[in-house]
Write a protein that binds this ligand. Sequence first.
Ligand code: GLC
Ligand code: CA
Length: 577
Amino acid sequence: MGTITVWLARSFSMNWTMRCLGISVLALTVWPSRAYSQPKPVDAEGHQWWQHAVFYELYPRSFADSNNDGIGDLNGITSKLDYLKSLGIDAIWLTPCYPSPQVDFGYDVSDYENIDAMYGTLQDFDRLASEAQKRGIKIIMDFVMNHSSDQHAWFKESRSSRDNPKRDWYMWRDGKGESQTPNNWISIFGGPAWKFDPTTGQWYYHFFYAEQPDLDWRNPEVEKAMFDVTRWWYKRGVAGFRLDAVDTLFENPDFKDNPVLPGKNAHGDPNMENRYNTKLPELHDVLRRLRVVADENNAVLIGETWTKDIEELKSYYGGHSNELQMPMDFLFARIDKLSAPEFRKQIAGVDAAGWPVYVLSNHDITRAYNRYGDGQHNDAIAKLMASLYLTLRGTPLMYYGEEIGMENNDPKRKEDVKDPVGKVGWPEDKGRDGERTPMQWKAAPNAGFSSTTPWLPVPTSYKTHNVHAELKDKASILNFYQRLLALRHAEPALLDGEYVALNEDDPNVLSYLRRYKAETVLVVLNMSGAGKKIRLDLKGNGSKASTLLSTQGRSKLVSVSSISLEPFGVFIGKMEQ
Ligand code: GLC
Ligand code: CA
Protein backbone atom coordinates (compact mmCIF):
# COMPACT_ATOMS: atom_id res chain seq x y z
CA MET A 1 0.00 0.00 0.00
CA GLY A 2 1.36 3.44 -0.94
CA THR A 3 1.80 6.21 1.58
CA ILE A 4 -1.24 8.10 0.40
CA THR A 5 -3.47 5.07 0.75
CA VAL A 6 -2.19 4.32 4.19
CA TRP A 7 -2.31 7.96 5.21
CA LEU A 8 -5.82 8.43 3.99
CA ALA A 9 -6.92 5.03 5.15
CA ARG A 10 -5.55 5.92 8.53
CA SER A 11 -7.22 9.30 8.37
CA PHE A 12 -10.53 7.79 7.45
CA SER A 13 -10.54 4.76 9.67
CA MET A 14 -9.32 6.74 12.63
CA ASN A 15 -11.78 9.40 11.69
CA TRP A 16 -9.32 12.20 11.34
CA THR A 17 -11.11 13.25 8.26
CA MET A 18 -14.67 12.45 9.61
CA ARG A 19 -11.84 13.94 12.11
CA CYS A 20 -12.73 36.49 23.32
CA LEU A 21 -14.76 37.56 21.44
CA GLY A 22 -12.39 40.40 22.56
CA ILE A 23 -14.77 43.28 22.04
CA SER A 24 -14.65 45.11 25.32
CA VAL A 25 -17.68 46.87 26.73
CA LEU A 26 -15.68 50.06 26.39
CA ALA A 27 -15.14 49.49 22.68
CA LEU A 28 -18.82 48.81 22.19
CA THR A 29 -19.96 51.84 24.07
CA VAL A 30 -17.34 54.40 23.05
CA TRP A 31 -16.94 53.42 19.39
CA PRO A 32 -20.18 51.67 18.53
CA SER A 33 -19.92 52.44 14.85
CA ARG A 34 -16.34 51.27 14.26
CA ALA A 35 -16.56 49.94 10.74
CA TYR A 36 -15.99 46.25 10.14
CA SER A 37 -13.15 46.08 7.65
CA GLN A 38 -14.04 44.46 4.40
CA PRO A 39 -11.30 42.94 2.29
CA LYS A 40 -10.56 44.83 -0.89
CA PRO A 41 -11.63 43.33 -4.20
CA VAL A 42 -9.26 43.34 -7.19
CA ASP A 43 -11.88 43.91 -9.88
CA ALA A 44 -15.29 45.44 -10.47
CA GLU A 45 -16.94 42.07 -9.94
CA GLY A 46 -15.67 41.79 -6.39
CA HIS A 47 -13.04 39.06 -6.86
CA GLN A 48 -10.47 38.84 -4.10
CA TRP A 49 -6.74 38.63 -4.75
CA TRP A 50 -6.58 34.98 -3.72
CA GLN A 51 -9.17 34.05 -6.35
CA HIS A 52 -6.78 35.16 -9.08
CA ALA A 53 -3.68 33.70 -7.49
CA VAL A 54 -1.79 30.46 -8.02
CA PHE A 55 -0.48 29.19 -4.69
CA TYR A 56 2.67 27.12 -4.22
CA GLU A 57 3.36 25.05 -1.13
CA LEU A 58 6.99 25.14 -0.24
CA TYR A 59 8.64 22.90 2.35
CA PRO A 60 11.47 25.17 3.61
CA ARG A 61 13.59 22.24 4.76
CA SER A 62 13.77 20.96 1.20
CA PHE A 63 13.64 23.91 -1.16
CA ALA A 64 17.07 25.55 -1.32
CA ASP A 65 20.03 25.35 1.03
CA SER A 66 21.94 28.66 1.07
CA ASN A 67 24.48 27.77 3.78
CA ASN A 68 25.13 24.20 2.68
CA ASP A 69 24.27 22.42 5.90
CA GLY A 70 21.96 19.96 4.12
CA ILE A 71 18.77 21.70 5.23
CA GLY A 72 16.90 24.31 3.22
CA ASP A 73 16.50 27.83 4.63
CA LEU A 74 14.82 31.20 4.13
CA ASN A 75 17.75 32.78 2.30
CA GLY A 76 17.62 29.82 -0.05
CA ILE A 77 13.96 30.58 -0.76
CA THR A 78 14.73 34.28 -1.33
CA SER A 79 17.38 33.30 -3.87
CA LYS A 80 14.75 31.37 -5.85
CA LEU A 81 12.03 34.02 -6.00
CA ASP A 82 12.86 34.91 -9.59
CA TYR A 83 12.38 31.28 -10.53
CA LEU A 84 8.96 31.22 -8.81
CA LYS A 85 7.99 34.47 -10.47
CA SER A 86 8.91 33.18 -13.93
CA LEU A 87 6.94 30.02 -13.22
CA GLY A 88 3.81 32.09 -12.59
CA ILE A 89 3.40 31.82 -8.82
CA ASP A 90 1.47 34.51 -6.93
CA ALA A 91 1.62 33.25 -3.36
CA ILE A 92 3.82 30.85 -1.43
CA TRP A 93 2.71 28.87 1.59
CA LEU A 94 5.63 28.10 3.88
CA THR A 95 5.17 25.02 6.01
CA PRO A 96 6.29 25.74 9.60
CA CYS A 97 9.71 27.36 9.97
CA TYR A 98 9.17 28.53 13.57
CA PRO A 99 11.45 27.43 16.41
CA SER A 100 10.75 23.77 16.98
CA PRO A 101 12.38 20.65 18.40
CA GLN A 102 11.45 19.15 14.97
CA VAL A 103 9.77 16.05 16.36
CA ASP A 104 7.14 16.48 13.63
CA PHE A 105 9.45 18.56 11.40
CA GLY A 106 8.16 21.92 12.52
CA TYR A 107 4.54 21.01 13.29
CA ASP A 108 5.62 21.10 16.94
CA VAL A 109 6.06 24.83 17.48
CA SER A 110 7.97 26.07 20.54
CA ASP A 111 7.63 29.78 19.70
CA TYR A 112 4.97 31.10 17.33
CA GLU A 113 6.64 34.47 16.84
CA ASN A 114 10.10 33.63 15.63
CA ILE A 115 12.09 31.69 13.03
CA ASP A 116 14.05 28.55 13.83
CA ALA A 117 17.81 29.20 13.64
CA MET A 118 18.17 26.32 11.15
CA TYR A 119 16.05 28.33 8.70
CA GLY A 120 17.53 31.75 9.48
CA THR A 121 16.39 34.78 11.45
CA LEU A 122 13.45 37.14 11.57
CA GLN A 123 15.57 39.57 9.55
CA ASP A 124 15.93 36.88 6.89
CA PHE A 125 12.16 36.48 6.97
CA ASP A 126 11.66 40.23 6.54
CA ARG A 127 14.04 40.23 3.59
CA LEU A 128 12.18 37.29 2.04
CA ALA A 129 8.88 39.10 2.56
CA SER A 130 10.10 42.35 1.03
CA GLU A 131 11.82 40.66 -1.93
CA ALA A 132 8.65 38.63 -2.51
CA GLN A 133 6.55 41.76 -2.35
CA LYS A 134 8.74 43.44 -4.97
CA ARG A 135 7.85 40.57 -7.28
CA GLY A 136 4.16 40.60 -6.42
CA ILE A 137 4.38 37.32 -4.50
CA LYS A 138 2.47 36.98 -1.23
CA ILE A 139 3.49 34.89 1.74
CA ILE A 140 1.20 32.53 3.62
CA MET A 141 2.33 31.03 6.92
CA ASP A 142 1.29 27.76 8.49
CA PHE A 143 -0.81 28.20 11.64
CA VAL A 144 -0.43 25.18 13.88
CA MET A 145 -3.45 25.89 16.02
CA ASN A 146 -4.41 22.65 17.66
CA HIS A 147 -1.21 22.02 19.57
CA SER A 148 2.13 23.51 20.48
CA SER A 149 5.38 21.74 21.19
CA ASP A 150 5.86 20.39 24.70
CA GLN A 151 8.91 22.71 24.70
CA HIS A 152 6.76 25.83 24.28
CA ALA A 153 7.03 28.18 27.30
CA TRP A 154 3.23 27.92 27.71
CA PHE A 155 3.37 24.17 28.16
CA LYS A 156 6.44 24.28 30.40
CA GLU A 157 4.46 26.59 32.68
CA SER A 158 1.32 24.53 32.35
CA ARG A 159 3.00 21.33 33.44
CA SER A 160 4.89 22.96 36.35
CA SER A 161 2.01 22.86 38.86
CA ARG A 162 -1.73 22.26 39.05
CA ASP A 163 -2.39 25.88 39.97
CA ASN A 164 -0.14 27.52 37.40
CA PRO A 165 -2.06 30.23 35.47
CA LYS A 166 -1.29 28.38 32.23
CA ARG A 167 -2.57 25.03 33.58
CA ASP A 168 -5.86 25.41 31.71
CA TRP A 169 -4.22 26.30 28.44
CA TYR A 170 -3.83 22.57 27.83
CA MET A 171 -6.01 19.59 28.75
CA TRP A 172 -5.06 17.91 32.00
CA ARG A 173 -7.17 15.13 33.49
CA ASP A 174 -6.99 12.50 36.18
CA GLY A 175 -6.64 8.90 35.06
CA LYS A 176 -9.54 6.49 35.42
CA GLY A 177 -7.48 4.59 37.94
CA GLU A 178 -3.87 3.70 38.74
CA SER A 179 -1.88 3.91 35.43
CA GLN A 180 -5.13 4.26 33.47
CA THR A 181 -5.69 6.93 30.84
CA PRO A 182 -8.65 9.31 31.35
CA ASN A 183 -10.48 7.74 28.39
CA ASN A 184 -9.95 5.47 25.37
CA TRP A 185 -8.90 8.09 22.82
CA ILE A 186 -5.90 7.20 20.67
CA SER A 187 -3.33 9.38 18.93
CA ILE A 188 -3.43 9.46 15.14
CA PHE A 189 0.32 8.85 15.29
CA GLY A 190 -0.08 5.69 17.39
CA GLY A 191 -0.72 4.77 21.02
CA PRO A 192 -2.94 6.47 23.60
CA ALA A 193 -3.74 10.18 23.16
CA TRP A 194 -2.75 10.76 26.79
CA LYS A 195 0.58 11.10 28.49
CA PHE A 196 1.11 10.89 32.23
CA ASP A 197 3.19 13.66 33.79
CA PRO A 198 4.63 12.64 37.18
CA THR A 199 5.31 16.25 38.25
CA THR A 200 1.64 16.86 38.89
CA GLY A 201 0.26 13.32 38.71
CA GLN A 202 -2.13 14.05 35.82
CA TRP A 203 -2.42 13.15 32.13
CA TYR A 204 -2.36 15.61 29.24
CA TYR A 205 -4.11 15.14 25.92
CA HIS A 206 -2.34 15.02 22.53
CA PHE A 207 -4.09 14.11 19.27
CA PHE A 208 -0.70 13.89 17.50
CA TYR A 209 2.65 13.01 19.14
CA ALA A 210 3.06 13.28 22.91
CA GLU A 211 5.47 16.14 22.11
CA GLN A 212 2.47 18.01 20.60
CA PRO A 213 0.09 18.70 23.52
CA ASP A 214 -3.34 20.02 22.46
CA LEU A 215 -4.17 23.60 23.40
CA ASP A 216 -7.56 24.10 25.05
CA TRP A 217 -9.54 26.30 22.66
CA ARG A 218 -12.38 26.55 25.19
CA ASN A 219 -10.10 28.84 27.16
CA PRO A 220 -10.55 32.45 25.92
CA GLU A 221 -6.95 33.24 26.88
CA VAL A 222 -5.74 30.63 24.40
CA GLU A 223 -7.91 32.08 21.66
CA LYS A 224 -6.68 35.59 22.38
CA ALA A 225 -3.01 34.56 22.45
CA MET A 226 -3.34 32.59 19.22
CA PHE A 227 -5.31 35.29 17.39
CA ASP A 228 -2.59 37.74 18.45
CA VAL A 229 -0.06 35.46 16.79
CA THR A 230 -1.87 35.97 13.48
CA ARG A 231 -1.95 39.76 14.05
CA TRP A 232 1.77 39.72 14.75
CA TRP A 233 2.50 38.04 11.41
CA TYR A 234 0.01 40.22 9.52
CA LYS A 235 1.98 43.22 10.73
CA ARG A 236 5.12 41.59 9.29
CA GLY A 237 3.47 41.46 5.89
CA VAL A 238 2.01 37.96 5.82
CA ALA A 239 -1.06 37.65 3.57
CA GLY A 240 -2.79 34.74 5.25
CA PHE A 241 -2.53 31.38 6.95
CA ARG A 242 -2.94 27.73 6.17
CA LEU A 243 -4.72 26.32 9.20
CA ASP A 244 -3.22 23.05 10.31
CA ALA A 245 -5.35 20.10 11.45
CA VAL A 246 -8.32 22.38 11.88
CA ASP A 247 -10.79 19.61 12.61
CA THR A 248 -9.02 18.63 15.82
CA LEU A 249 -9.47 21.95 17.66
CA PHE A 250 -12.19 20.88 20.07
CA GLU A 251 -12.95 17.91 22.26
CA ASN A 252 -16.12 16.88 23.99
CA PRO A 253 -16.00 18.58 27.44
CA ASP A 254 -17.00 15.35 29.21
CA PHE A 255 -14.20 13.44 27.49
CA LYS A 256 -16.50 10.52 26.71
CA ASP A 257 -15.03 7.30 25.33
CA ASN A 258 -15.08 7.05 21.54
CA PRO A 259 -16.93 4.15 19.89
CA VAL A 260 -14.50 1.32 19.11
CA LEU A 261 -14.76 -0.27 15.66
CA PRO A 262 -13.73 -3.77 14.61
CA GLY A 263 -10.10 -4.44 13.71
CA LYS A 264 -6.80 -2.67 14.22
CA ASN A 265 -4.99 0.09 12.32
CA ALA A 266 -1.41 0.21 10.93
CA HIS A 267 -0.10 1.12 14.39
CA GLY A 268 -1.77 -1.85 16.04
CA ASP A 269 -4.33 0.34 17.84
CA PRO A 270 -8.03 -0.49 17.81
CA ASN A 271 -9.97 1.20 15.02
CA MET A 272 -12.03 4.00 16.47
CA GLU A 273 -14.61 6.52 15.45
CA ASN A 274 -13.21 9.84 16.66
CA ARG A 275 -16.67 11.07 17.48
CA TYR A 276 -15.80 13.08 20.57
CA ASN A 277 -12.45 14.59 19.56
CA THR A 278 -12.76 15.68 15.93
CA LYS A 279 -15.05 17.98 13.97
CA LEU A 280 -16.93 19.39 16.91
CA PRO A 281 -19.30 22.19 15.91
CA GLU A 282 -17.54 24.66 18.24
CA LEU A 283 -14.60 24.88 15.87
CA HIS A 284 -16.74 26.85 13.43
CA ASP A 285 -17.22 29.61 16.02
CA VAL A 286 -13.45 29.99 16.24
CA LEU A 287 -13.14 30.07 12.45
CA ARG A 288 -15.74 32.83 12.21
CA ARG A 289 -13.90 34.95 14.75
CA LEU A 290 -10.52 34.25 13.16
CA ARG A 291 -12.00 35.32 9.82
CA VAL A 292 -12.90 38.72 11.26
CA VAL A 293 -9.21 39.23 12.10
CA ALA A 294 -8.21 37.99 8.64
CA ASP A 295 -10.64 40.35 6.91
CA GLU A 296 -9.23 43.28 8.85
CA ASN A 297 -5.91 42.40 7.26
CA ASN A 298 -7.11 41.58 3.73
CA ALA A 299 -5.83 38.08 4.39
CA VAL A 300 -6.86 34.61 3.32
CA LEU A 301 -7.47 31.52 5.45
CA ILE A 302 -6.74 28.18 3.83
CA GLY A 303 -7.93 25.06 5.62
CA GLU A 304 -6.42 21.61 5.96
CA THR A 305 -9.93 20.29 5.66
CA TRP A 306 -10.16 16.53 5.40
CA THR A 307 -13.83 16.04 4.73
CA LYS A 308 -15.89 12.96 4.10
CA ASP A 309 -18.10 14.60 1.49
CA ILE A 310 -19.03 17.88 -0.19
CA GLU A 311 -21.61 18.75 2.47
CA GLU A 312 -18.94 18.67 5.12
CA LEU A 313 -16.57 20.66 2.91
CA LYS A 314 -19.31 23.25 2.45
CA SER A 315 -19.58 23.75 6.19
CA TYR A 316 -16.01 25.12 6.27
CA TYR A 317 -16.90 28.03 4.00
CA GLY A 318 -19.44 29.03 6.64
CA GLY A 319 -23.15 29.57 6.16
CA HIS A 320 -22.57 33.19 5.13
CA SER A 321 -19.15 32.62 3.56
CA ASN A 322 -17.79 33.87 6.85
CA GLU A 323 -15.34 31.09 7.75
CA LEU A 324 -12.55 29.84 5.48
CA GLN A 325 -12.21 31.40 2.04
CA MET A 326 -10.14 28.43 0.89
CA PRO A 327 -10.94 25.05 2.44
CA MET A 328 -8.81 22.55 0.51
CA ASP A 329 -10.75 19.94 -1.41
CA PHE A 330 -8.97 16.71 -0.53
CA LEU A 331 -11.79 14.69 -2.05
CA PHE A 332 -10.25 15.70 -5.40
CA ALA A 333 -6.77 14.51 -4.34
CA ARG A 334 -8.31 11.27 -3.08
CA ILE A 335 -9.25 10.25 -6.61
CA ASP A 336 -6.18 8.15 -7.13
CA LYS A 337 -6.70 7.03 -10.68
CA LEU A 338 -7.15 8.69 -14.04
CA SER A 339 -10.90 8.49 -14.22
CA ALA A 340 -12.83 11.03 -16.26
CA PRO A 341 -16.18 10.13 -14.64
CA GLU A 342 -14.83 10.39 -11.09
CA PHE A 343 -13.14 13.73 -11.68
CA ARG A 344 -16.23 15.04 -13.49
CA LYS A 345 -18.43 14.13 -10.55
CA GLN A 346 -16.10 15.62 -7.96
CA ILE A 347 -15.58 18.85 -9.91
CA ALA A 348 -19.33 19.37 -10.32
CA GLY A 349 -19.84 18.86 -6.59
CA VAL A 350 -17.19 21.28 -5.37
CA ASP A 351 -17.95 23.80 -8.12
CA ALA A 352 -21.47 24.11 -6.78
CA ALA A 353 -20.33 24.25 -3.14
CA GLY A 354 -18.27 27.43 -3.20
CA TRP A 355 -14.96 28.68 -4.55
CA PRO A 356 -13.03 25.42 -5.13
CA VAL A 357 -9.49 24.90 -3.89
CA TYR A 358 -7.72 22.20 -5.87
CA VAL A 359 -4.71 20.30 -4.58
CA LEU A 360 -3.00 17.25 -6.10
CA SER A 361 -0.52 16.48 -3.36
CA ASN A 362 1.36 17.91 -0.39
CA HIS A 363 3.89 17.08 2.30
CA ASP A 364 1.57 14.40 3.71
CA ILE A 365 0.45 12.82 0.42
CA THR A 366 2.41 10.75 -2.10
CA ARG A 367 3.38 12.89 -5.08
CA ALA A 368 0.93 13.11 -7.96
CA TYR A 369 3.65 11.96 -10.38
CA ASN A 370 3.60 8.53 -8.72
CA ARG A 371 -0.11 8.34 -7.94
CA TYR A 372 -1.35 8.99 -11.46
CA GLY A 373 1.70 7.82 -13.43
CA ASP A 374 1.52 4.42 -15.16
CA GLY A 375 5.30 3.96 -15.15
CA GLN A 376 5.58 4.57 -18.91
CA HIS A 377 3.86 7.83 -19.69
CA ASN A 378 4.44 9.64 -16.42
CA ASP A 379 5.60 12.90 -18.01
CA ALA A 380 2.58 13.02 -20.32
CA ILE A 381 0.32 12.24 -17.37
CA ALA A 382 1.96 14.99 -15.29
CA LYS A 383 1.06 17.48 -18.05
CA LEU A 384 -2.45 16.08 -18.24
CA MET A 385 -3.02 16.50 -14.50
CA ALA A 386 -1.57 20.03 -14.61
CA SER A 387 -3.97 20.85 -17.42
CA LEU A 388 -6.82 19.63 -15.29
CA TYR A 389 -6.38 21.46 -12.05
CA LEU A 390 -4.82 24.61 -13.49
CA THR A 391 -7.74 25.24 -15.86
CA LEU A 392 -10.62 24.70 -13.46
CA ARG A 393 -12.67 27.40 -11.78
CA GLY A 394 -11.15 27.92 -8.35
CA THR A 395 -7.73 28.42 -6.81
CA PRO A 396 -5.00 25.85 -7.45
CA LEU A 397 -2.45 25.04 -4.80
CA MET A 398 0.69 23.47 -6.25
CA TYR A 399 3.28 21.46 -4.35
CA TYR A 400 6.96 22.32 -4.92
CA GLY A 401 8.62 20.14 -7.54
CA GLU A 402 5.35 19.11 -9.15
CA GLU A 403 6.24 21.44 -12.03
CA ILE A 404 9.34 19.40 -12.88
CA GLY A 405 7.78 15.98 -12.37
CA MET A 406 9.40 15.18 -9.04
CA GLU A 407 8.65 11.70 -7.82
CA ASN A 408 8.43 10.15 -4.37
CA ASN A 409 11.63 8.73 -3.00
CA ASP A 410 10.43 6.50 -0.20
CA PRO A 411 13.00 5.15 2.27
CA LYS A 412 14.32 1.71 1.39
CA ARG A 413 15.35 0.69 4.92
CA LYS A 414 13.71 1.32 8.26
CA GLU A 415 16.89 2.86 9.67
CA ASP A 416 16.79 5.59 7.00
CA VAL A 417 13.30 6.77 7.96
CA LYS A 418 13.14 10.31 9.38
CA ASP A 419 9.38 10.79 9.78
CA PRO A 420 8.22 9.20 13.06
CA VAL A 421 5.03 8.12 11.26
CA GLY A 422 7.20 5.81 9.13
CA LYS A 423 9.20 4.58 12.11
CA VAL A 424 6.03 3.45 13.85
CA GLY A 425 4.23 2.25 10.72
CA TRP A 426 7.14 0.46 8.96
CA PRO A 427 6.89 -1.42 6.64
CA GLU A 428 3.19 -0.98 5.94
CA ASP A 429 3.40 2.80 6.27
CA LYS A 430 6.82 4.17 5.27
CA GLY A 431 5.91 7.66 6.44
CA ARG A 432 6.10 10.95 4.58
CA ASP A 433 9.82 11.30 3.78
CA GLY A 434 9.26 10.24 0.17
CA GLU A 435 7.25 13.32 -0.77
CA ARG A 436 9.52 15.74 1.14
CA THR A 437 12.85 15.27 -0.67
CA PRO A 438 15.02 18.21 -1.80
CA MET A 439 13.99 20.27 -4.78
CA GLN A 440 15.82 19.17 -7.91
CA TRP A 441 17.61 22.21 -9.31
CA LYS A 442 20.18 20.68 -11.66
CA ALA A 443 21.99 17.50 -12.70
CA ALA A 444 24.74 17.99 -10.11
CA PRO A 445 25.42 16.15 -6.83
CA ASN A 446 22.41 16.35 -4.49
CA ALA A 447 20.45 17.82 -7.41
CA GLY A 448 22.14 21.16 -6.80
CA PHE A 449 20.16 21.61 -3.59
CA SER A 450 23.19 21.57 -1.32
CA SER A 451 26.91 20.81 -1.47
CA THR A 452 26.51 18.60 1.62
CA THR A 453 24.48 15.41 1.90
CA PRO A 454 20.92 16.66 2.30
CA TRP A 455 18.64 15.62 5.16
CA LEU A 456 16.77 13.36 2.73
CA PRO A 457 18.20 11.74 -0.41
CA VAL A 458 17.12 12.81 -3.90
CA PRO A 459 15.84 10.14 -6.31
CA THR A 460 18.01 9.28 -9.34
CA SER A 461 15.43 10.92 -11.61
CA TYR A 462 17.01 14.26 -10.65
CA LYS A 463 19.40 13.74 -13.57
CA THR A 464 16.60 14.31 -16.08
CA HIS A 465 13.94 15.98 -13.94
CA ASN A 466 15.48 19.19 -12.75
CA VAL A 467 14.89 22.89 -13.24
CA HIS A 468 18.08 23.61 -15.19
CA ALA A 469 17.55 20.86 -17.77
CA GLU A 470 13.82 21.41 -18.12
CA LEU A 471 14.12 25.15 -18.65
CA LYS A 472 16.10 24.39 -21.79
CA ASP A 473 13.76 21.71 -23.10
CA LYS A 474 10.66 22.94 -24.94
CA ALA A 475 8.93 19.59 -24.38
CA SER A 476 9.56 19.46 -20.63
CA ILE A 477 6.96 19.37 -17.88
CA LEU A 478 8.34 22.66 -16.55
CA ASN A 479 7.95 24.36 -19.91
CA PHE A 480 4.40 23.11 -20.08
CA TYR A 481 3.60 24.44 -16.59
CA GLN A 482 5.07 27.85 -17.48
CA ARG A 483 2.92 28.12 -20.59
CA LEU A 484 -0.16 26.87 -18.78
CA LEU A 485 0.27 29.29 -15.87
CA ALA A 486 0.87 32.18 -18.27
CA LEU A 487 -2.39 31.29 -20.01
CA ARG A 488 -4.23 31.05 -16.72
CA HIS A 489 -3.21 34.60 -15.89
CA ALA A 490 -3.92 35.97 -19.34
CA GLU A 491 -7.32 34.45 -20.13
CA PRO A 492 -10.20 35.96 -18.15
CA ALA A 493 -12.24 32.85 -18.94
CA LEU A 494 -9.69 30.68 -17.13
CA LEU A 495 -9.66 33.00 -14.13
CA ASP A 496 -13.31 33.89 -13.73
CA GLY A 497 -15.30 31.86 -16.23
CA GLU A 498 -18.07 29.50 -15.21
CA TYR A 499 -17.44 25.77 -15.55
CA VAL A 500 -19.59 23.97 -18.14
CA ALA A 501 -19.19 20.20 -18.41
CA LEU A 502 -19.30 18.69 -21.93
CA ASN A 503 -19.89 15.11 -23.14
CA GLU A 504 -20.72 13.95 -19.64
CA ASP A 505 -21.08 10.30 -20.63
CA ASP A 506 -17.57 9.96 -22.02
CA PRO A 507 -15.70 7.37 -19.92
CA ASN A 508 -12.23 8.45 -21.08
CA VAL A 509 -12.14 12.06 -22.13
CA LEU A 510 -12.89 14.89 -19.73
CA SER A 511 -14.02 18.02 -21.58
CA TYR A 512 -15.39 21.31 -20.39
CA LEU A 513 -15.75 24.96 -21.21
CA ARG A 514 -14.79 27.94 -19.13
CA ARG A 515 -17.09 30.76 -20.15
CA TYR A 516 -16.72 34.40 -19.22
CA LYS A 517 -18.71 37.17 -20.92
CA ALA A 518 -18.00 36.81 -24.66
CA GLU A 519 -15.00 34.52 -24.20
CA THR A 520 -15.01 30.77 -24.04
CA VAL A 521 -12.08 28.44 -23.48
CA LEU A 522 -12.38 24.74 -24.28
CA VAL A 523 -10.39 22.10 -22.38
CA VAL A 524 -10.21 18.49 -23.63
CA LEU A 525 -8.26 15.92 -21.60
CA ASN A 526 -7.72 12.34 -22.70
CA MET A 527 -7.43 10.39 -19.46
CA SER A 528 -6.79 7.09 -21.23
CA GLY A 529 -3.74 5.37 -22.68
CA ALA A 530 -5.39 5.00 -26.09
CA GLY A 531 -5.71 7.59 -28.84
CA LYS A 532 -9.26 9.01 -29.00
CA LYS A 533 -11.31 10.78 -31.59
CA ILE A 534 -14.38 12.37 -30.07
CA ARG A 535 -17.39 14.32 -31.27
CA LEU A 536 -17.94 17.19 -28.88
CA ASP A 537 -21.35 18.60 -28.19
CA LEU A 538 -20.27 22.21 -27.76
CA LYS A 539 -23.72 23.36 -26.66
CA GLY A 540 -23.94 26.14 -29.24
CA ASN A 541 -20.56 27.66 -28.39
CA GLY A 542 -19.19 27.44 -31.96
CA SER A 543 -17.15 24.74 -33.65
CA LYS A 544 -13.73 26.27 -34.26
CA ALA A 545 -11.10 27.11 -31.71
CA SER A 546 -7.71 28.73 -31.85
CA THR A 547 -5.12 26.58 -30.15
CA LEU A 548 -3.83 27.95 -26.87
CA LEU A 549 -1.93 24.89 -25.66
CA SER A 550 -1.77 21.36 -26.99
CA THR A 551 0.40 18.33 -26.34
CA GLN A 552 0.49 17.43 -30.03
CA GLY A 553 1.25 19.57 -33.09
CA ARG A 554 -1.88 21.32 -34.39
CA SER A 555 -2.73 24.09 -36.75
CA LYS A 556 -3.59 27.43 -35.21
CA LEU A 557 -7.28 27.16 -36.00
CA VAL A 558 -8.84 23.79 -35.20
CA SER A 559 -12.25 22.42 -35.98
CA VAL A 560 -13.18 21.06 -32.56
CA SER A 561 -16.61 19.48 -32.96
CA SER A 562 -14.60 16.40 -33.86
CA ILE A 563 -11.18 16.25 -32.31
CA SER A 564 -8.49 13.61 -31.97
CA LEU A 565 -6.16 13.29 -29.06
CA GLU A 566 -3.11 11.08 -28.54
CA PRO A 567 -2.91 8.92 -25.36
CA PHE A 568 -3.08 11.26 -22.34
CA GLY A 569 -3.28 14.18 -24.78
CA VAL A 570 -4.41 17.69 -23.93
CA PHE A 571 -6.08 20.36 -26.02
CA ILE A 572 -6.84 23.85 -24.73
CA GLY A 573 -8.30 26.34 -27.20
CA LYS A 574 -10.26 29.55 -27.38
CA MET A 575 -13.60 29.27 -29.16
CA GLU A 576 -13.98 31.50 -32.20
CA GLN A 577 -17.20 33.48 -32.23
C1 GLC B 1 -1.07 18.33 9.60
C2 GLC B 1 0.25 18.48 8.87
C3 GLC B 1 1.09 17.28 9.17
C4 GLC B 1 1.35 17.24 10.66
C5 GLC B 1 0.03 17.26 11.45
C6 GLC B 1 0.27 17.56 12.89
O1 GLC B 1 -1.76 17.23 9.16
O2 GLC B 1 0.02 18.65 7.50
O3 GLC B 1 2.29 17.29 8.45
O4 GLC B 1 2.06 16.09 10.99
O5 GLC B 1 -0.84 18.26 10.97
O6 GLC B 1 0.57 18.93 13.09
CA1 CA C 1 -7.58 19.62 19.95
